[in-house]
Design a protein around this ligand. Structure first.
Ligand code: ADP
Length: 190
């Protein structure tokens, strides 16, 4: 199996690039943000809980997120692989993901980390707010908070994969096609 963690700060382009990767490699795309938003739309219990954190730019608690992710992974019978987008966002989530994949006799192949500097992220998120309808894109304070949470809690997850020699940094500045080519090249190099 090819199991990819697509990593990067809010606005780095994870969603856009995920689409390209699933097309090429036939992977199952699991975006925790998208799954939470679908639950919010469906007014599920999970959605109501997730919304209270997401609207403030905070992380949904680990145990809730991990349980949700586990049940999504278990829905698929003999998949070619997964692309994890927006997960793991904490070291506890990274550990839980390793355990979950171990139970399926597989593991993470690589973490591809899109690197984009903060000012560019803010410009992109502001632009996205005009079309996404996302409450967490519309408010500059919430954007600041998401970037702060990323720097404090999520960025250290890189070290977790670096220690396993699975970390690959990808320059996230350039055209969408250029970045896709960089990701393809990194995957071919595994
Ligand atoms: P972005 O990366 O652009 O901020 P996402 O759609 O990945 O957008 O995430 C939106 C929000 O969903 C996050 O700010 C957070 O509140 C919640 N979320 C998504 N994934 C996770 C996760 N793995 N753990 C905790 N919260 C999460």
């Amino acid at each position: 199996m090819l199991n990819i963690v697509l990593f990067g700060p809010p606005g780095a382009g994870k969603g856009t690039q995920s689409e390209r990767l699933i097309d090429k490699y036939g992977l199952i795309h699991l975006s925790t943000g998208d799954i939470f938003r679908a639950n919010i739309k469906g007014e599920t219990e999970l959605g109501v809980l997730a919304k209270s954190f997401m609207d403030k730019g905070q992380l949904v608690p680990d145990q809730v997120t991990i349980n949700m992710l586990r049940s999504e992974v278990e829905k698929h019978d003999s998949p070619k692989g997964f692309i994890f987008d927006g997960f793991p966002r904490t070291n506890a989530q990274a550990k839980a993901l390793d355990e979950l994949l171990e139970n399926l006799n597989t593991s993470i192949s690589v973490m591809l980390a899109l690197e984009v500097e903060e000012n560019e992220l803010k410009v992109r998120l502001k632009k996205r707010a005009e079309v996404s309808g996302r409450i967490d894109d519309a408010n500059p304070e919430v954007i600041e908070n998401r970037i702060r949470v990323y720097n404090q809690e999520t960025s250290p997850v890189k070290n977790y994969y670096q220690e396993q020699n699975k970390f690959v940094g990808i320059d996230g500045i350039g055209s969408i096609n250029d970045i896709t080519e960089r990701l393809f090249a990194a995957i071919n190099n595994i």
